[in-house]
Design a protein around this ligand. Structure first.
Ligand SMILES: Cc1cc2nc3c(=O)[nH]c(=O)nc-3n(C[C@H](O)[C@H](O)[C@H](O)COP(=O)(O)OP(=O)(O)OC[C@H]3O[C@@H](n4cnc5c(N)ncnc54)[C@H](O)[C@@H]3O)c2cc1C
Length: 400
């Protein structure tokens, strides 16, 4: 397999690296340290990055986006995350939902939502699935139990759907201009068969944002409650067929949307690279026992482990992206996401150990990478995600 990059891929990689060096890393720790979880966000960096095309990178060229292939998206996502994982995620979170608008909405809906998204540097997108009593059950739903999974109810009243219920942990809940919301349109059948996707603009009557979650990692990235009290959504804002959200919701159907897996994995790669950068810089300058840390075999062994893990993840994610670009059907997309959890957590912890090797205060930037790495335990390293990856692998093997 040829891992060399073409000119366009290299140009996007360098553009993202420059932006991360000049505009993301300088504000990373400062934003992370802000105590109020709603105060960590910074529109200035969003606008600057959007002007360079990072927010709209996944939108097809016909709609004015960069229409990047998956290999290039992976390169960009990892460079942005190398500056700051949560700020990078703020851009890449828009990729999958803008791609969903471009590929699954009607032409009329694209004019109303994708067009303004392309024209406004402050137009962010979100997706509301998780609820207080429905997290993993939305991804691994017990097939026959109508009570499992999301419960936010949508009932048809004339030319509107009326939504009632609560979503939690929704990314960009308080900063998005449009949230794509999954609601139960038939509560008598399983979540896979009775769910519909709705386009919910921020100013929808009866819809409001609740609390902003105070996370230890990804502090820049906003996660909120969304509250629907007789929220009235026009029938023209339904995406696709009523009661048929299952494949689109999980993004895991055959031929489905691989954005999530690659995005999380590329972001983890950026953090692993940042952990290597930090550890090496510290080991080269910190003196203990009459020499710099880099001269001590125990430190070299730790550094070697970190670089091995980062390079293994780079190969794995680039291969996975290349397979998606070349329409090669493979189950490794889900596995690479789980591997990224192991890599981000081990490399960030080794970096922290190296920083903590002397009688100094633990470096906040090293601490931050560990906190960001724990996010993967929830979003992709959890048991449900590993189970789903293995189910896909076994199904793939059974199909020959
Ligand atoms: C930073 C962040 C951003 C997020 N952004 C969004 C967003 O934008 N939109 C959105 O809709 N949601 C979002 N979420 C929510 C996320 O999708 C859920 O946290 C996730 O689905 C897990 O649900 P839960 O937290 O309710 O855990 P639970 O489902 O309660 O699971 C708890 C534990 O039990 C395990 N478990 C559960 N069921 C099974 C099973 N059947 N077999 C084996 N183990 C099982 C899980 O793996 C986990 O370890 C976000 C979460 C985080 C942390």
């Amino acid at each position: 397999m040829d891992f060399s990059l073409n000119d366009e891929q290299r140009a996007w990689q360098l553009k993202a690296r420059k932006f991360a060096d000049e505009h993301i890393r300088p504000i990373s720790v400062e934003r992370d340290r802000i105590v109020d979880p709603a105060g960590t966000f910074d529109w200035d960096v969003v606008r600057k990055g959007s002007r360079l095309g990072f927010r709209t990178a996944a939108v097809p060229k016909v709609w004015g986006g960069a229409g990047l292939d998956f290999v290039t998206l992976v390169l960009v996502a990892s460079e942005l995350a190398r500056g700051d994982s949560a700020i990078g995620k703020t851009f890449t979170q828009c990729w999958k939902w803008s791609h969903l608008l471009a590929t699954q909405c009607s032409e009329e809906q694209k004019e109303r939502f994708l067009r303004p998204f392309m024209e406004d540097h402050e137009y962010l997108l979100g997706r509301g699935i998780t609820e207080p009593d429905a997290g993993s059950d939305n991804r691994l739903p017990p097939e026959s139990d109508p009570k499992a999974g999301l419960k936010l109810r949508a009932e048809r009243q004339g030319d509107h759907w009326v939504l009632n219920g609560t979503k939690v942990f929704i990314a960009h809940g308080n900063v998005a201009k449009l949230i794509i919301v999954d609601a139960r349109t038939d509560p008598t059948v399983s979540v896979k068969q009775g769910t519909t996707m709705f386009l919910v603009p921020r100013d929808t009557p009866g819809f409001r944002v609740g609390k902003v979650f105070n996370k230890s990692g990804w502090r820049f990235y906003q996660n909120t409650e969304l509250i629907f009290e007789n929220a009235r959504v026009p029938v023209t804002n339904t995406v696709g067929t009523v009661n048929r959200t299952d494949a689109k919701r999980t993004g895991q159907a055959p031929g489905g949307d691989p954005f999530s897996d690659l995005e999380y994995t590329a972001n983890a790669l950026g953090v692993a690279d940042a952990a290597c950068d930090q550890a090496l810089a510290y080991a080269m300058t910190r003196r203990q026992g009459g020499s710099t840390l880099i001269e001590q075999p125990a430190i070299l062994i730790k550094l070697s482990r970190m670089y091995i893990l980062a390079e293994a993840l780079r190969s794995f994610v680039l291969r996975s992206a290349w397979e998606h670009d070349n329409k090669i059907r493979s189950p490794i997309g889900a596995l690479v996401m789980n591997f990224s959890t192991d890599v981000i957590q081990e490399t960030s912890e080794l970096n922290l150990e190296i920083h903590d090797s002397g009688p100094c205060e633990v470096d906040y930037a090293a601490d931050k990478l560990v906190n960001d790495g724990f996010i993967w335990s929830h979003i992709s390293g959890d048991s449900a995600s590993r189970l789903r990856a293995m189910q896909q692998l076994l199904a793939h093997k059974a199909a020959g």
